[in-house]
Design a protein around this ligand. Structure first.
Ligand code: OXD
Length: 333
């Protein structure tokens, strides 16, 4: 199957008669899609986190989980609209082999995850997690520890990942007067003051200069274990690390050791490896760790934005046009 064939559906060859949604969309969403596309049968199924409703003869499915053997059992399946941005747990090889289009929801939560990251940065810089712990104990915390703070303005932030999310983080951080370097696969120009784009081969040099390092890349063969013990040792001592990408991009044991030794001053982790983090894991009790439990993607606007992508893609599909947010099987995102 050539690359071109994986970008759009030829509507004559691949009609869209039945589309299954394996998630409870907000009230009214499915009804308005049904009204907009009366010839398509929309099937509301169980949330795929709870149970994988068999796909049967559907042509397309909206889901955030797909087992490899489901593909063989769904002879008509031609298009999967993934809920969420990261497709690291999607059966990419099986989808590719069958020539099934895969689209995701990238961009839907760039704004809120960027706000989450900025919130993490301000929280760590101002020592908020410890102040909240003190409040829980009814302790007025005006002690020597109040000097254990940082100023973000003028410090250097390195962002790994130059997609929608990395760019949104860079924009917001530049607004707080940080100097930002965004690292991505391809060279890019920027017209924003304080923001520079560089290619990922500058990673080691940039880590050595960074006061803050944010990871927001997808998990792929290239990024798994990218931040290993060697790289953590290269980071400017005392820097803060933030992960809103995927846990396995960072070597967890090396992370724990660096936080214990002070090589890393602090970490704010929305994602971890493993996930969920077991109750007995050492990361929970480190005083310089702030864990937000994979919540950064949530936003009240999620489903409106996701529904717009879905509706647009149904139109593209029916017109035989390239779909938005297509996943590139070679790159894994
Ligand atoms: C995603 C996520 O992949 O929230 O969208 O983890």
């Amino acid at each position: 199957m050539g690359e071109e064939c994986l970008k759009s559906a030829d509507s004559a060859a691949a009609p869209l008669r039945r589309l299954m949604v394996r998630y409870s969309l907000p009230p009214g969403t499915l009804e308005s899609l049904q009204a907009a596309f009366p010839d398509i049968e929309f099937i509301q199924a169980e949330d795929a986190f709870v149970q994988l409703t068999p796909l049967g003869d559907v042509d397309a499915v909206v889901t955030w989980n797909l087992a490899e053997d489901e593909i063989a059992a769904a002879p008509n399946l031609r298009w999967v609209q993934w809920i969420g941005a990261g497709v690291d747990h999607a059966p990419l090889a099986a989808l590719r082999n069958r020539g099934i289009l895969l689209t995701n929801n990238r961009g839907v939560h760039a704004n809120n995850i960027a706000e989450h990251v900025i919130g993490m940065m301000i929280s760590l810089a101002r020592n908020f997690p410890n102040l909240v712990r003190a409040q829980d104990q009814h302790v007025w915390k005006m002690d020597e520890e109040r000097w254990n703070v940082k100023e973000l303005a003028g410090s250097r932030l390195v962002v790994l990942g130059a997609g929608n999310l990395g760019s949104a983080i860079a924009r917001k951080a530049a607004g707080l007067d940080l100097d930002v370097v965004v690292l991505g696969r391809n060279p890019r120009e920027t017209y924003l003051d304080r923001v520079t784009y560089r290619t990922i081969d500058a990673l080691d040099a940039e880590l050595a200069e960074a006061d803050h390092v944010v990871i927001c890349t997808p998990l792929t063969d290239e990024t798994r274990g990218l931040i290993d013990a060697d790289r953590i040792a290269r980071v400017k001592p005392g820097a803060y690390l933030y992960n809103v990408g995927r846990g396995p991009i960072v070597d967890t044991d090396a992370l724990v050791a660096a936080l214990q030794s002070g090589q890393l001053g602090a970490a704010a982790l929305d994602v971890t490896d493993p996930e969920p983090l077991p109750a007995e894991h050492p990361l929970w009790d480190l005083p310089n760790v702030f864990i937000t439990g994979h919540t950064s993607g949530a936003t009240p606007h999620y489903w409106d934005r996701a529904a717009r992508i879905l509706e647009g893609n149904i139109r593209h599909y029916l017109a035989g046009e390239p779909l938005d947010n297509l996943v590139d099987y070679d790159l894994g995102y």
